[in-house]
Design a protein around this ligand. Structure first.
Ligand SMILES: [Zn+2]
Length: 206
């Protein structure tokens, strides 16, 4: 399903409606070893959308995710995305010589200065981000919650989420809304999530 981050952009208005930055994918810049960023999230395209009624330009970055995220993971994606808006992709985009001439809808065309970069800045101080999901989770009970691989029923997977009752209260609370998916055998060994690690500790009572 889609994971959509939206916030008010800075500068200008309707002329940037529908403007896309399709040559940069946000997830390509995640360092999967060091950055705190959920494994199940991929993609990430930035675009601008103008709301006529509110006379406001919004920046939107759209990812794909194989499951809903925990609150902590949602915050990680928000932080990462705002980082890209301000210093990474967003900044690079802002500095591209965007040909604004045809979009220039100032009533005084002589105000247009071709030496000025008119790209909207996707980030500003104190910016608030909303996060939402769109589309159905295709088959959550048969999809690895870490890598998103589809798993045949009962094969090569751990249904650790079914034993929620052996987990400490804090894990039950933290994962209650989101954990409804198994973890595949590969992810169990190679990239277990926090829940699975704790589950193994509890299960084998080390
Ligand atoms: Zn997996």
């Amino acid at each position: 399903m889609k994971l959509i981050l939206k916030a008010v952009s800075q500068k200008y208005g309707s002329m940037f409606d529908g403007l896309e930055c399709d040559d940069a994918v946000f997830c390509d810049y995640v360092n999967r070893k060091f950055d705190k960023f959920p494994e199940c999230v991929t993609g990430g395209y930035m675009r601008f959308e103008y709301n006529k009624k509110l006379e406001t330009l919004y920046v939107i970055t759209e990812y794909e995710t194989t499951r809903k995220l925990t609150k902590e993971e949602e915050q990680q994606v928000i932080d990462y995305t705002q980082g890209q808006w301000s210093d990474g992709i967003g900044e690079g985009f802002e500095q591209q010589p965007f040909s604004g001439e045809e979009q220039w809808n100032d009533p005084n065309p002589e105000n247009f200065n071709k030496d000025v970069v008119y790209n909207p800045s996707p980030w500003h101080n104190g910016q608030k981000v909303t996060l939402s999901y769109e589309g159905e989770d295709p088959d959550p009970y048969n999809t690895c919650r870490v890598c998103g691989d589809h798993l045949p029923e009962g094969m090569g997977r751990s249904n650790d989420y079914l034993s929620m009752n052996i987990m400490p209260r804090e894990y039950q609370d933290k994962y209650a809304d989101t954990i409804q998916q198994p973890i595949c055998a590969y992810c169990e060994d190679e990239k277990p999530d926090e829940y699975h690690k704790e589950f193994m500790r509890k299960f084998y009572k080390k």
